[in-house]
Structures are given as C-alpha cells and as structure tokens.
Design a protein around this ligand. Structure first.
Ligand code: RIB
Ligand code: CA
Length: 311
C-alpha cells in the first residue's frame, strides 16, 4: 500500500531550476502539492509569478499560486538574470498559465497551516525565504503544524552570489535565520550538494531521449539546455539546484546526510554566509540536517522517469 502523499507547500522564485523542481513536485507520487507561493528572486516578482503560473499550467495542475514578497525583509531587491535570463526561464516561452489566487503568500501559508494537523505539512523553500519567514514570524505557533522545512539554500564552502554567500541565503538572510530558529526540522540542500547534480550536455541529451514524455518534459529539457554552463565547473555544466531539494522528499535513498548546526551571518562582508558546523565544534546543538552526498546518476534517472509522467 503506497504511503499517503505528504502535504507540501512550496515557495519559489522561477527561475529555470525552480521550474523543473515544480514539475518534479507535481509528478512525484509521494507529494501532495497543495500550494505554490512566489517571491521575487532570480527575477522580479512581475516575472516569477507568471512563470510559476505558466509552469503549473503546462502540467494542467490546479494548484493555487499566490504572490508574495517582491523584496527581502531587510534591504533592497536584487536578481540573478545572468543565469536565468531576463524572463527567468532562460528565454523559453510557455503558454500563459491560469490566474493567481488572490491574496498574499504568507497569509495563504498560514491559512493552510492553521487547517493542518500537528507536524503534518512540509514546507519547501526554493528561493529567498521571505514568504515562509513572514508566515512563521506572524504566527509562530503554526510551526507546530510543520513536519519539516526543506530549503535549497546556503553553502558549506564558497557562495555563488558572493564568495561567502549563496543566492537565496544572501537575498534574505534574516528570513533564513527565522526558519533556522523556528524549532522544526530543517533540511538543507546547499551548493555543495547541488554541485553533484551537474547538468551536462550528456545529461540533457539523456533526458531528451526519455521516451513517452509530454510537453512538460520537453519544456524542462529546453530550459535546462538554455542555462549557461557555470565557470565554477569549468563550463562543463550547471548545477541543478532546486530539484535537489524536492528530490529529497521523493527519493531520500539517493542522499547521504548528517545533523549539523547551521546559522547565517547577518552583518558585514559575509552577510548571507551560512555557517555550517558539521562536527559540533562550536558547542551549539544541532538544528538542521545537511544533505551531503548525492547519487547523481540515480537523481537524473529519477528526474526523467518522474517528468515523463506529466502532460
Ligand atoms: O543559489 C541557487 C538558488 O538561487 C536556486 O534556488 C536558484 O533558483 C536561485 O533561487
Ligand atoms: Ca530558486
């Protein structure tokens, strides 16, 4: 008897990798995607919102999409169009999706949590964590309805926004700090993990060769092919960040992990840097699960198998 799909509320900033992560979340039998909320991030909210609607619309998904923060809790909005293009989807045009659901992301998240049983809802954060943080800061007791928070954020080593900070953490470190302090299990998919999910031309070709897929798989392949290779990897490919966070919920056997103590720097040149203590050296109690190892071949095989089930 298959396990009951876990209720998931997913916050994102589509974003090329967010798009593939959304399709993965829709396709995964173990995920009951109940709400998608959107923030400004890779590109502005005026693009990330229609992108989320279009991605879900292409899959024919009736999941409500609610707009949220167009800027961080502190400081000004900044984007990453160099990676995602001005439109946020690498220049890939999708048909317009269904309208967004009126309201604000943080309110929609709180409403879902209020209606949920204790420790029953999984929150997934794939962009700056502003919406998730606003929801839990406004009504802290709702953290008790959360089973787990899974974030693509941070880095043990070097960043990708600054030498010290990964983009999502750098864009709203205060929001990340709120989530790390909320008292619920937090699972981190950092840059060090996502570097193992390198999208290379060979892996794009393998996804393109998956038979029986529909328009979502085709669009995902087109989007992946459009992402510029990263100089961090000698232009051999580009890390597929956000689907790693979702795949943890789909196929945890593909990962190794350990309990760590994680915090985020809020001041100075290292603002947005995640300090991750893997060995308990700093004396603080563990407050997060760090995803460390990834079976990359298994990841991409599972991704293809899942995406081909979509329209
Ligand atoms: O640093 C990578 C992360 O920042 C990914 O979530 C990407 O989509 C951007 O949001
Ligand atoms: Ca993202």
């Amino acid at each position: 008897m298959p396990a009951t799909p876990r209720p998931v509320l997913l916050d994102c900033d589509p974003g090329t990798d967010d798009a593939v992560a959304l399709w993965l979340a829709l396709a995964a039998p173990g995920i009951d995607l109940q709400l998608v909320t959107v923030a400004g991030g890779n590109v502005g909210l005026e693009r990330t919102l229609p992108n989320a609607r279009a991605v879900l619309g292409l899959a024919g998904a009736g999941v409500p999409v609610v707009a949220g923060a167009d800027r961080p809790l502190v400081g000004r909005f900044r984007s990453e169009t160099r990676v995602h293009g001005m439109d946020g989807l690498g220049g890939v045009t999708l048909p317009e999706g269904p309208p967004a659901t009126p309201g604000l992301a943080a309110d929609a998240i709180r409403a879902r949590l209020r209606a949920a049983a204790a420790e029953s809802v999984t929150l997934v954060g794939l962009g700056p964590a502003t919406n998730l943080a606003l929801a839990l800061a406004a009504e802290p007791d709702l953290a008790g309805r959360v089973a787990e928070i899974v974030l693509m954020t941070g880095a043990v080593g070097e960043g990708n926004w600054s030498s010290a900070a990964e983009f999502n953490a750098a864009m709203d470190p205060e929001a990340l700090a709120i989530l790390l302090a909320c008292g619920r299990p937090v699972t981190l998919a950092t840059l060090d993990l996502t570097a193992q999910a390198l999208v290379t031309p060979a892996r794009v070709a393998a996804l393109r060769a998956v038979s029986g897929g529909g328009r979502c798989l085709a669009a995902a392949v087109e989007i992946l092919a459009a992402i510029p290779p990263s100089r961090r990897f000698e232009h051999r490919g580009v890390p597929l960040h956000d689907p790693c966070a979702v795949m943890w919920l789909v196929a945890p056997e593909l990962f190794t992990h350990r309990a760590v103590t994680a915090s985020v720097v809020l001041d100075g040149a290292d603002r947005g840097r995640t300090r991750i203590d893997r060995w308990g050296r700093d004396g603080a109690p563990a407050n997060a699960r760090l995803l460390e190892g990834l079976d990359a071949e298994g990841f991409f095989a599972a991704l293809g198998m899942m995406l081909k089930e979509l329209k």
